[in-house]
Design a protein around this ligand. Structure first.
Ligand SMILES: CC(=O)SCCNC(=O)CCNC(=O)[C@H](O)C(C)(C)COP(=O)(O)OP(=O)(O)OC[C@H]1O[C@@H](n2cnc3c(N)ncnc32)[C@H](O)[C@@H]1OP(=O)(O)O
Length: 508
């Protein structure tokens, strides 16, 4: 970063505006965790964590965050939205230990006239009184001009009259919200340019909403036009269509405006997005730029081919920047290159004819709308390529499993490995555990390590009934750290697990 880059302040309002997402409510502990991550790992400049007066739970959350922030010298980066209500919000701030208030005032004549039912002069005087009172109590003030965007469209004279007035007050920042997300990028550019030009010594934040899906584009134009700070939320959470999303906006500024810089650590954005998804229950759409599940997955065979040859379908938006990895989806649009990429990630190499057979099978499955994942590949390989030979390498010929009340389950098995027969007996905590213990004894004698079982999942195939076949999917980790899955299908889940185990034995 060069020193002549203009520094843009990032204010994250996930914990205030983001929490205004319908159906979302963070607990105080969740709020504290997110606040800590935002300030220390994501490294945003400021966070807005609540509206004053809302509830006892909110007061507890703000108290916990301000206590932690104070102990870490970060209290002046923690902000609370307050109201023009004499000293009511101020008292709440003091109780909560917060030091920076974002005073919600009226940025359009329409709101002022019809919601507060006041005249401009009266509103200005009340705002001045609150700010003066706050200052006396040691609080710093930023001022929101709510509905500013409509104010610029329909009552511009009022907006400028108000901004002129604010110049006289001891405030740190003026915050310009497109409250209803109605502005186009060209309007954002026009309005912010005009304001920044007229008040060169004032810090202006721009606050976008995403009602027309223009949130990020508007942030870009706002910053280009000279906004000094921007308000964002994780995963674009927020009322109605939400706010401008943090991850997208940061990527856009980094990639398209070399003349500006932010303090945000891109590498932490995905992790915090997933954490907020878990806490909020607000699912990240799979196609959400930067953080969605699918956004670094190439599906078309042609793309995988180009990437393999010369990274032809890469852009500056590299997944590794955000702690993510490029993936190649498997399905009817897969070609050989696509499948080779997946095999390489699993550490598997196939001959050309085998690769063709596997490709053909994946296309067939895709045509039937089957979802094929990288984890399915070893299974498909074992199923498709010369499966007779593979089955013959290791075959579990016979087994007896016992389950008797108050006695340990036990298993006896007879297994053929490369044509040689082995027989073992063992006990375990369950029938499958006993079976695995017997199997481990066989392989111990052969001085061969088995992959470690890391996950065991049983499900009935989609649309199945309770008496249907059940599928057991086992995840294994081999000595070189590679993970792979095998599956078995049977009406008995233990037998299905043994089938999955036999597949694993034929793949190692
Ligand atoms: C840009 C934004 O997203 S703004 C988000 C602001 N944050 C919130 O609204 C947080 C959630 N809100 C709440 O918990 C509640 O609405 C409270 C605690 C703020 C107020 O609750 P209540 O006293 O029950 O009032 P209610 O919600 O019915 O109405 C809001 C009142 O605030 C008034 N009001 C609106 N804007 C402001 C303002 N900037 N400053 C002061 N009062 C305001 C309204 O005129 C109305 O007053 P009235 O009842 O005298 O007509």
């Amino acid at each position: 970063m060069s020193s002549d880059q203009r520094r843009i302040e990032i204010m994250d309002t996930t914990l205030r505006d983001g929490e205004q997402t319908s159906g979302v409510s963070f607990s105080p502990t969740e709020k504290l965790t997110i606040a800590q991550l935002l300030l220390t790992e994501v490294k945003v400049d400021r966070i807005e964590i609540a509206s004053a007066r809302v509830s006892e739970g909110e007061l507890a959350a703000v108290k916990a965050i301000t206590k932690w922030a104070k102990a870490n010298g970060l209290l002046n980066r923690v902000e609370v939205l307050t109201f023009v209500d004499g000293d009511v919000s101020i008292q709440w701030m003091q109780q909560a230990g917060a030091k920076v208030m974002n005073l919600l005032t009226k940025g359009s004549l329409n709101h002022l006239t019809h919601q507060l039912k006041k005249k401009p002069e009266q509103h200005f005087a009340e705002v001045a009184e609150v700010i003066s009172l706050a200052r006396k109590k040691g609080l710093e003030s930023n001022v929101y001009l709510e509905d500013w965007s409509n104010g610029m469209r329909h009552s511009r004279e009022y907006v400028f009259q108000y901004l002129d007035f604010l110049q006289k007050l001891p405030i740190k920042r003026v915050m310009l919200p497109d409250t209803l997300g109605v502005l186009t990028p060209s309007e954002v550019k026009e309005y912010i340019s005009a304001i920044v030009e007229r008040y060169p010594n004032t810090h202006f934040d721009f606050h976008a909403h995403n009602d027309y899906d223009l949130g990020t584009a508007n942030v870009l134009e706002g910053v280009k036009a000279g906004a000094h700070g921007i308000h964002l939320t994780i995963n674009g959470m927020g009322e109605r269509a939400g706010n401008a999303p943090l991850a997208s906006a940061v990527a856009v500024l980094n990639d398209f405006l070399p003349e500006v810089k932010t303090s945000v650590a891109e590498a932490s954005l995905y992790r915090v997005s997933k954490l907020v998804e878990t806490f909020s229950g607000f699912r990240i759409p799979v196609n959400k730029p930067v953080v969605g599940e699918n956004v670094f997955t190439q599906t078309a065979g042609i793309h995988a081919d180009g990437d393999k040859k010369n990274k032809l379908y890469f852009s500056d938006l590299m997944p590794e920047r955000f702690g993510r990895q490029r993936k190649y989806a498997l399905g009817k649009t897969s070609g050989k290159a696509n499948i080779e990429n997946n095999l390489a990630q699993l550490g598997i190499q196939l001959s050309e004819p085998d690769l063709k057979k596997v490709t053909q099978r994946i296309i067939e499955l895709g045509d039937k709308k089957e979802v094929v994942t990288q984890a399915d590949l070893p299974y498909i390989i074992s199923d498709v390529i010369d499966s007779k030979n593979i089955e013959e390498k290791v075959r579990i010929d016979n087994y007896v499993l016992t389950h008797t009340k108050s006695l340990h389950p036990s298993a006896t098995l007879k297994i053929s490995i490369n044509g040689e027969l082995h027989e073992e007996h063992a006990q375990g905590d369950g029938q499958y555990d006993a079976f695995m213990n017997a199997l481990k004894k066989v392989y111990k004698k052969l001085k061969q390590d088995l992959p470690v079982l890391t996950d065991y999942a049983v499900r009935i195939p989609p649309g199945g009934k309770t008496d249907a076949l059940c599928e057991t999917v086992i995840t294994w980790k081999s000595a070189n750290g590679k993970e792979f899955k095998t599956r078995g299908l049977d009406s008995d889940q233990t037998v299905a697990a043994i089938k999955a185990t036999q597949k694993m034995l034929n793949l190692i």
